[in-house]
Design a protein around this ligand. Structure first.
Ligand SMILES: *Cc1c(COP(=O)(O)O)cnc(C)c1O
Length: 369
């Protein structure tokens, strides 16, 4: 019984021999960061792969979120979701912006446009929704609210790598979209991220901000930060990109197997994908409902006894953490749907190297805990 535990996710590591030529090139050139050859190539190839025009690489997704808010000079209050990774709201606090939490829709796990609208005040300047689990937000209705009230929309698209919605990139919606390439994400560069901008001028401003505000050798246009992606990260990204379609295919096989295996299990319900969007299978959330005797935390504990490290993404809600819980919008009665889902959700292991036999074993445990 001393089997290695199964994590909820695990990065795909390409064969080491494939990475060595990149390393040797970096060693020869001695160009390690600051818009090097691999950085430039990755920006171009990723933009093409994702079907967007203007993309700026970052050293991680959180710095990219912080810079996205700066690039659009967002201040005051921003309406966001409590049902996300904590970095979403932290990026607001780092900009001295007050987060205002609004509730989510039960079927998409994403901000409810009606709840956004009722949270708007005179201080509101922007909306920061998350395409949770890579499921698209209701981008049309969110844009409609934003247009009517003159608000900006910055999508935290950390889960939405490569997702197309109604035939075009989901990342083309809103004023900016921010990706994360952290080791736990579908596409990774160890640590990394990117901002998708709508035009060359905005990308330029973002590129200045990620390099201390430098415009040229002697001109500093803004109090920028250091958010640059280095050449090793960029090279790893180029190599991942060669494998990404196959890797997402393998994730899709696991997703299909879980659905097949769990179809008849009472009280454990896999998330419902949107028919109008492609999927990257970044996560496999299920809702553990009252009909399941063990309850969510009971199943979570039972999994751990079997060495299966399923995760309760997203529990606790961001609004429960000490720096947020005093806000009026953080109270549970303002967030009934998010609160319920946080108590029911469990993300099952999904990653390209996970054998289907392990998926079957996980399903067996669910059926006979
Ligand atoms: C991973 C993640 C981030 C943070 O990205 P990093 O690259 O780890 O800084 C932000 N938001 C969401 C929703 C995430 O899942």
């Amino acid at each position: 019984m001393s089997k290695k535990p199964i994590p909820v996710t695990q990065p795909f590591m390409p064969p080491l021999e494939e990475f060595l030529p990149y390393l040797s090139r970096i060693w020869d050139s001695k160009w390690l960061t600051n818009a090097g050859e691999f950085h430039e190539e990755l920006e171009h190839r990723l933009a093409r792969h994702l079907g967007v025009e203007h993309l700026s690489l970052f050293t991680n997704g959180t710095i990219a979120l912080i810079v996205a808010l700066q690039a659009l000079r967002i201040t005051g209050e921003v309406i966001t979701t409590p049902y996300s990774f904590v970095a979403t709201a932290h990026s607001l606090l780092w900009n001295n912006i007050r987060p205002v939490f609004a509730d989510i829709e039960a079927d998409t796990f994403n901000l409810d446009p009606e709840r956004i609208e009722s949270a708007i005040t005179g201080q509101t300047t922007a909306i920061m929704p998350v395409h949770c689990y890579g499921i698209p937000c209701d981008v049309e209705r969110i844009q409609n609210v934003a247009d009517r009230y003159g608000l900006r929309v910055i999508y935290d698209a950390a889960h939405a790598f490569g997702v197309d919605y109604k035939g075009r990139s989901l990342l083309a919606h809103g004023d900016l979209s921010v990706l994360s390439f952290h080791a736990t994400k579908v596409f990774n560069t160890f640590e990394g991220g990117a901002i998708i901008a709508p035009d060359a001028k905005t990308k330029k401003r973002i590129d200045h901000l990620k390099n201390f505000g430098f415009v040229d050798e002697v001109t500093v246009a803004a109090a920028g930060i250091n958010g640059k992606m280095n050449e090793i990260q960029s090279a790893f990204g180029l190599l991942q990109l060669d494998h990404i379609d196959r890797l997402i295919g393998l994730r899709g096989d696991i997703d299909a197997r879980y659905r097949e295996q769990l179809a008849l299990v009472r009280g454990v319900t896999p998330y419902e994908p949107r028919p109008d969007a492609t999927r990257n299978h970044a996560y496999f959330p299920v809702l553990v409902e009252d009909a399941y005797p063990l309850g969510r935390d009971g199943l979570y504990d039972r999994f751990r006894e079997h060495g299966i490290l399923a995760r309760r993404y997203f529990y606790p809600l961001i609004s429960q953490f000490p720096m947020y819980r005093g806000l009026p919008s953080a109270q549970r009665d303002n967030l009934p749907v998010a609160s319920r889902l946080a108590d029911q959700v469990l993300c099952l292991p999904i990653f390209p190297d996970l054998p289907l036999a392990e998926v079957d074993r996980i399903a067996d445990i669910i059926r006979a805990p």
